[in-house]
Write a protein that binds this ligand. Structure first.
Ligand SMILES: [Zn+2]
Ligand SMILES: [Zn+2]
Length: 153
């Protein structure tokens, strides 16, 4: 998606909207995120002092896997980025900025919900669907093992 900087200079603030297919924007990435909807771009551009300022909003949906319970889930993925371009340029490419900001908006440790209880580390049951019945025991500590050690002289 290109922004015609000349139009912004000559005609004043400009608003653009475009919906870009996922393959168009992310085709070059081998491990691209699994986006579930075309990317909706909304750009507001205006000339401020001696540069072109563009506010880019990108929105789509992404499929993720919860880092605690490993269940797949979907959520909206939104990113906003401001782009500064020299006043003289003919065109400003906003697609690449939008692409990068969406990648940055991906959570490093996605959670299906903020209070996800995760998997039991003993039996592996998803604790979001109820308690698993494992006895609650204090976490294993290296000192517990030391206690059992018998030193034979
Ligand atoms: Zn989860
Ligand atoms: Zn358990």
């Amino acid at each position: 998606m290109k922004l015609r900087a000349r139009e912004v200079r000559d005609c004043g603030p400009l608003d653009l909207e475009e919906t870009v297919p996922v393959e168009t924007m992310f085709s070059a990435l081998p491990d691209r995120p699994s986006l579930l909807a075309p990317i909706h771009l909304n750009v507001h551009a205006e000339a401020v002092d001696d540069e072109i300022l563009a506010l880019i909003k990108a929105e789509t949906r992404v499929a993720l896997e919860c880092s605690r319970c490993l269940e797949p889930f979907e959520r909206p993925l939104k990113a906003t980025v401001t782009l500064h371009a020299p006043f003289e340029v003919e065109e400003v490419e906003v697609g690449e900025q939008a692409r990068q900001s969406l990648l940055l908006a991906l959570p490093l440790k996605p959670l299906c919900r903020p209070d996800c209880k995760g998997l039991c580390d003993r039996c592996g049951k998803n604790r979001n669907s109820g308690p698993c019945g494992c006895a609650k025991e204090p976490a294993e500590s290296p000192f517990n093992k030391l206690k059992d050690l018998k030193i034979n002289k």
